[in-house]
Design a protein around this ligand. Structure first.
Ligand code: HDE
Length: 723
């Protein structure tokens, strides 16, 4: 057949060759739309339903077409005057294809640009029904949700495992409208007033001259700001703790941060703070592990979430509330509930579970769903209201405003992922990207031309019942309450609540981050702030920086520690944990087969690591290799098993194996071996008598002990501690 498109027969025309339908281009039906992609029913000018089913607007049919649905017979060559050109302007397919491509990108989010998301369902326990009339909190009420996790500072293409706060934003598609709980994995914030948000973000983002460093807080402008602006001390301390480097999105707590107001059916109100508690526990990486993962797998968290859901290990979180009386002072046991830099320790106000969220489906299109989802703290349902927290109040403006630039106009609520499941009958009209074809002539009230529609809800059926909260008569001021001046008592409370190993990690994190700053004045000011948290913390970081430790310039206020803040000490389910199984020359393949089966049966993921890919021991019962020495790195594994050692005792291990075992050991991971693999461990410098190193006779017995260790997340005893 000729290459000249002008000479190609038109598909379907007599004599044309039917297109090949072999893999990988075999046409198939589009994926069924997700239930939460339904939307307000609209009709096209010709009366055809449109928009309600996004799959209708996406890929359908077997043949490649233009955007107008015209079939194409060639998409590889532009239309030319002869095979050697020039290209003709009349090639409308070329122009359509390139023009669309030129406009494929939208602005990334100004913060939280890098994210990953999943669909799921929330089931209310009914336990909150006595304090909120929100229907979705009712007993066994099931509500579809879409959750987006994110880092804050990095660009859309930045690495996942940086030291940063993580976003935890949940869209509940309730029958009463959309409720967005736009939270973080850290329960306090850098600032007490929204007017400071541009300042903290400008300081945290890369330097404006060279645009470096990417997705990092370890640089001068960040530390310059947070040491001058000491209300940031509490959040910064959480960032420097293990919370700043989560092991997985599935293993993070989530916090609404602000105090919200719940309203019951009679109008009585209760103040609450929202908490998400992960069923898998709250766990972190260690810093070196996080840094390595940034390079070897920048998509570490995104991949982890998608893989877990695809494999059926659906992550779950319990939603809970801390409740406080709605008193005029908005204080609880001396803690200002309107100050978002303060927590209320769980020991003072326990978190009461109100429902369970399960994430059970991955998005089918990243751009349409994860990128275009638009959260807004103002998306609330009857039974949930705001408080006077000045950070929250500023957010109420920001979230709707930012979408106008990011999503190109005011009609973003019509995007499939943003559509409410409640019926919509608004009087909002026109604007960029209007996809609804509204009927009627009178989008105003009062009117007689549309028969008075839409009608207003009556007393009993209306949604928003603004709580008639008192507003204290006062003068206009740019100021905050005196209690907002306490910037150090809660950072000290957090420090005192940490276990020794967690304190070591905090010391190392500050030493690293301040050590990355160039400005001496910034480092010195950083130490002054640390002196207000704890003397030992300050002295150890000062020693690491080679600077004198300053005296605190104010009192250290002790309070009872909050054990709930520590991540160390409990046992957790091991679902979805990844066990690497090193299989070299002369390995015990029977043992490998046995442990692979048991690992799977326990709900974990076995990954066999061998010198080369393919299958090994192909004598009827082959073992499939999932990782090779070239593709494996320790950070992917929560535990490592070594299935024997080469018969030739003098052979040095492959250096990549040595690195893998050395890292697994230093990162506190459980290591198990049998069939003589201890020799390999010793050669890699792993002491066989160290805590969490299990050497045994039978593979499955070794695995049993390793699984027990995994329940504690890491072998904490392996980290030296002097605090
Ligand atoms: Fe945000 N924040 N924020 N934020 N925030 C945004 O909205 C803002 C704050 C949070 O996955 C933006 O759609 C202001 C606190 C999450 O799409 C923007 C202030 C908390 C996400 C915005 C705050 C958050 C955002 C950027 C200070 C935890 C990602 C893109 C008053 C409770 C949501 C967008 C997603 C995103 C503004 C502070 C959480 C610009 C002005 C406190 C999880 O509207």
């Amino acid at each position: 057949m000729t290459d000249n498109p002008a000479e190609q027969p038109i598909p379907g025309a007599p004599g044309s060759v039917p297109p090949s339908v072999a893999e990988p281009t075999e046409p198939h039906e589009p994926l069924p739309p997700k239930p939460d992609q339904g939307g307000p029913e609209t009709v096209s000018p010709t009366g055809q339903p449109t928009g309600a089913d996004p799959a209708r607007n996406a890929q359908s049919g077997a043949y490649l077409t233009t955007a107008q649905g015209a079939r194409l017979y060639d998409t590889d060559h532009s239309l030319k005057a002869g095979p050697r050109g020039p290209v003709l302007l009349q090639d409308h397919h070329l122009r359509e294809k390139i023009t669309h491509f030129d406009h494929e990108r939208i602005p990334e989010r100004v913060v939280h640009a890098r994210g990953a998301a999943a669909h799921g369902v929330f089931r209310g326990y009914g336990s909150a029904s006595n304090i909120s009339k929100a229907a979705f909190l009712g007993r066994d009420v099931e509500t579809p949700v879409f959750v987006r996790f994110s880092t804050v500072l990095g660009s859309r293409g930045s690495a996942d495992t940086v030291r940063d706060t993580r976003g935890f934003a949940t869209k509940f598609y309730t029958e009463e409208g959309v409720f967005d709980l736009v939270g973080n994995n850290i329960p306090v914030f850098f600032i007490q007033d929204a007017i400071k948000f541009p300042d903290v973000i400008h300081a945290g983002k890369p330097h404006p001259d060279r645009e470096i460093p990417q997705a990092q807080s370890a640089h001068d402008t960040f530390w310059d700001f947070v040491t001058l602006h000491t209300e940031a001390t509490h959040h910064t301390l959480w960032n420097m703790s293990d919370r700043g480097i989560p092991r997985s999105y599935r293993m993070m707590e989530g916090f609404g941060i602000h105090t919200f107001r719940l309203v019951d059916a009679e109008g009585a109100t209760t103040l609450v703070k929202f908490h998400w508690k992960p069923k898998l526990g709250t766990h972190s990486q260690v810093w070196e592990e996080a840094q390595i993962a940034c390079g070897v797998d920048p998509d570490f968290h995104r991949r982890d979430l998608a893989d877990a859901i695809e494999s059926g290990a659906f992550p779950q979180w319990e939603l809970g509330v801390q409740t406080f009386p709605d008193n005029p002072e908005q204080m609880f046991q001396g803690i200002d509930l309107l100050d978002p830099t303060k927590i209320v320790p769980e020991e003072l106000a326990p978190v009461q579970p109100v429902g369970l969220m399960t994430l059970d489906a991955n998005p089918s299109n990243y751009f349409a769903e994860t990128e275009q989802v638009a959260f807004h703290v103002g998306n609330m349902v009857p039974g949930i209201d705001v408080t006077n927290d000045a950070l929250l109040q500023g957010r109420l403006f920001s979230y709707i405003d930012t979408q106008i630039t990011r999503l190109g106009g005011p009609n973003f609520p019509q995007l499939p992922i943003n559509r409410t499941h409640a019926p919509v009958n608004d009087m909002l009209r026109d604007g960029m990207h209007q996809t609804a074809v509204h009927r009627g002539v009178a989008p105003y009230r009062p009117n007689s031309l549309d028969g008075g529609c839409p009608f207003l809800a009556g007393e009993d059926t209306r949604a928003f019942v603004e709580v008639p909260a008192e507003v204290a008569a006062s003068r206009k001021v740019r100021d905050a309450a005196a209690s907002f001046d306490d910037h150090f008592s809660q950072p000290r409370l957090f420090w005192l609540s940490m276990s020794p190993v967690e304190r070591e990690h905090i010391i190392a994190a500050y030493t690293f981050e301040l050590g990355k700053c160039y400005e001496q004045a910034v480092k010195e000011r950083g130490l002054k702030v640390l002196a207000r948290i704890d003397g030992e913390l300050c002295a150890r970081v000062a020693a690491g920086l080679g600077l004198p430790a300053p005296e605190p310039d104010g009192p250290l206020v002790d309070s009872d520690p909050s054990p709930a803040l520590s991540q160390v000490g409990a046992l957790w389910p091991v679902d979805g944990r990844v066990v690497g199984i090193l299989v070299g020359k002369d390995a015990d393949l029977d043992g490998v087969r046995a442990v692979c089966g048991t690992v799977r049966d326990t709900g974990m993921v076995p990954l066999v690591i061998a010198p080369a890919g393919g299958v090994i021991g192909a004598d009827g019962d082959p073992v499939t290799v999932q990782r090779t020495y070239a593709t494996a790195r320790s950070v992917e594994f929560d535990a490592v098993l070594v299935a024997g050692a080469p018969g030739d005792a003098s052979a040095a291990p492959d250096p990549r194996v040595t690195v893998l075992l050395d890292e697994a050991y230093r990162h506190g991971k459980a290591i198990g071996t049998w069939a003589g693999g201890g020799r390999l461990l010793s050669m890699a410098g792993v002491p066989l008598d160290a805590p969490g190193v299990v050497e045994g006779e039978a593979a499955t017995e070794v695995l049993e002990e390793v699984t027990e260790l995994l329940g504690g997340h890491r072998v904490w005893d392996r980290f030296p501690s002097t605090v």
